[in-house]
Design a binder for this molecule. Structure first.
Ligand code: NAD
Length: 484
């Protein structure tokens, strides 16, 4: 197959926080993979900028080691690694002071695309934005990339948006949600809007309900103190699950263009109904003989922060009225698995004598650890013995049909960074989307606080608290099993 990769222009990419965990684990190894696939034009430069005092040679060594540790199979080619690190530079910069900024100004070229990745704590975003301007390092064509968490509630998100807006136009701001960079998430849009088959059924006449699960096996471990200020609702639902919900539920944009797509996503968030307290279940993982409890990890024996949340919500518009959307996410669950399940209504009447089963089509979309898509269809069980029906999955991943291209392992980060260089904001959250998501999330969190809600304990390696299962059972439905 001929690959149709849109070329990128020569660029200077500055990574503030270039020595941090995210830069070493994801951003630089991702850029290296792009370099290997000829997506880094000659002359392009990556400039690490952080508080650590070191020179460019020291930084190159740090990134050699990061690629060796996190770069996967591609990290073996020493010659390529050397060519890549030759394009790296480093400047020690203090976000809160004046050190390093003049040097950065002298290094940056305005005749090529320039982008600034804020891979630092959000409390530094304002300082960075302000200095990029006062030292005349960024201009009206520069792009800034900001990491989650984007605020911890509506008020802080608004303040962050206002800070960035003082120095940058919305068209220059790229708010990363790496879930949007996943191949299958984009494939979801291709399936919905590139086929006649699905869209006519994609509504409350034919869809019984939709499930979105993001399950993790890890606990909060060493990040306990940080996570305890956040919890599953803020850390996962407000951003990742909400974005998936939007892509599943949005109307067709008039074209695949950044604002057209984001306008439709925003309408979904604004149409989300408030969630009744009995439609939310919060949980915390309990201790077992080998592993500490959430509260031990969070170092707060009285913490009421949730490591699990499941909820049922509805979207008040003509397409979705009456269709429940069940969302759940949690830590220390039985498997690492992110998936979206669209359960269509059952056929209502069977013409086949003796066929008691209620057949229904189910579209399953896996996002991680493996990406794939299957459609459950009902067919005749092969062989003699009359008309017996079975449900079988029709694999829509098409790995075999498309060959190696279908197994494009492009990590979400590298795809998104290249979109920044191309100036394509489609897969990034707009400021109003983030604020609308907080406006929906805040009252739920405030409600728990006001009621003194205590999360239910659940066993590590389980599917979460019993009450989360009941959320669906009492409506005659059940969660798709969490499995890898
Ligand atoms: P980190 O603590 O590992 O690294 C922080 C970086 O910021 C370091 O390079 C440090 O030198 C730099 N820094 C700190 N203070 C500075 C200052 N005053 N001036 C200049 N540089 C300064 O953090 P991280 O885990 O890499 O996270 C970075 C950002 O990405 C955070 O906003 C975090 O919430 C977000 N994030 C991280 C991950 C992850 O997996 N690590 C995932 C999603 C989002």
């Amino acid at each position: 197959m001929v690959s149709r990769v849109i070329p990128v222009e020569e660029f200077d990419l500055v990574i503030f926080g270039g020595t941090g965990d995210l830069a070493r684990r994801k951003i630089l190894p991702g850029l290296f993979r792009r370099f290997l696939s000829n997506q880094m034009p000659a002359g392009s430069r990556i400039i690490g900028a952080a508080r650590t005092d070191m020179d460019s040679d020291g930084y190159r060594q740090m990134i050699r080691e990061a690629i060796a540790e996190f770069g996967g199979d591609e990290s073996k080619d020493k010659e390529c690694i050397e060519k890549f690190v030759a394009q790296l530079h480093y400047i020690p910069v203090d976000a809160k002071g004046t050190g390093g900024w003049e040097e950065l100004h002298d290094l940056i070229r305005f005749e090529v695309v320039n982008a600034f990745y804020f891979s630092v704590a959000p409390s530094l975003f304002g300082d960075l934005a302000e200095r990029l301007h006062s030292f005349k390092i960024a201009d009206d064509d520069s792009r800034v990339v900001v990491e989650k968490p984007f605020g911890r509630d509506l008020e802080t998100a608004k303040a962050l948006n206002a800070t960035l807006a003082e120095h940058f136009d919305e068209s220059q701001i790229y708010r990363i949600d790496h879930y949007l960079g996943k191949e299958t998430v984009q494939n979801l849009m291709a399936v919905r809007f590139g086929n006649m088959l699905f869209e006519p059924l994609w509504n409350n006449h034919y869809v019984d309900h939709i499930q979105i699960t993001v399950a993790e096996t890890v606990g909060v471990g060493g990040r306990g103190a940080y996570y305890d200020q956040s919890g599953a609702m803020r850390d996962m639902v407000q951003n990742h699950l909400m974005q998936l919900l939007c892509l599943i539920a949005m109307e067709s944009p008039s074209m695949f263009d950044a604002d057209a797509v984001r306008d439709e996503k925003l309408k979904v968030i604004r149409a989300l109904q408030a969630v009744e307290p009995h439609h939310i279940v919060r949980g915390q993982y309990d201790a077992n003989k080998d592993s500490p409890s959430y509260r031990d990890d969070a170092e707060d024996p009285r913490s009421h922060t949730e490591s699990f949340v499941a909820l049922r919500c509805e979207i008040a518009n003509w397409r979705w009225a009456g269709v429940p959307f069940y969302l759940r996410t949690g830590k220390k669950l039985k498997a690492r698995s992110s998936e979206i399940i669209v359960v269509f209504k059952d056929i209502g009447h069977s013409i086949f004598p003796g066929d008691e089963k209620r057949h229904r089509n189910i579209l399953s979309i896996q996002l991680q650890p493996n990406e794939g898509m299957q459609l459950q269809v009902t067919i005749k069980e092969p062989g003699p013995g009359g008309m017996r029906l079975i449900d079988v999955p029709l694999d829509m991943t098409f790995a075999e049909a498309l060959g190696p291209d279908a197994e494009d392992s492009t990590d979400a980060y590298e795809r998104l960074i290249m979109d920044v260089i191309r100036g394509n904001q489609t897969l990034f959250m707009r400021g109003d989307e983030v604020e609308a998501a907080w406006a929906w999330t805040d009252p739920l969190i405030e409600g728990w606080k006001a009621r003194g809600d205590v999360p239910k304990l659940y066993d590590q390696g389980s599917s979460g608290p019993e009450d989360a299962l009941m959320l669906m059972h009492r409506e005659g439905r059940r969660w798709h099993e969490i499995k890898e």
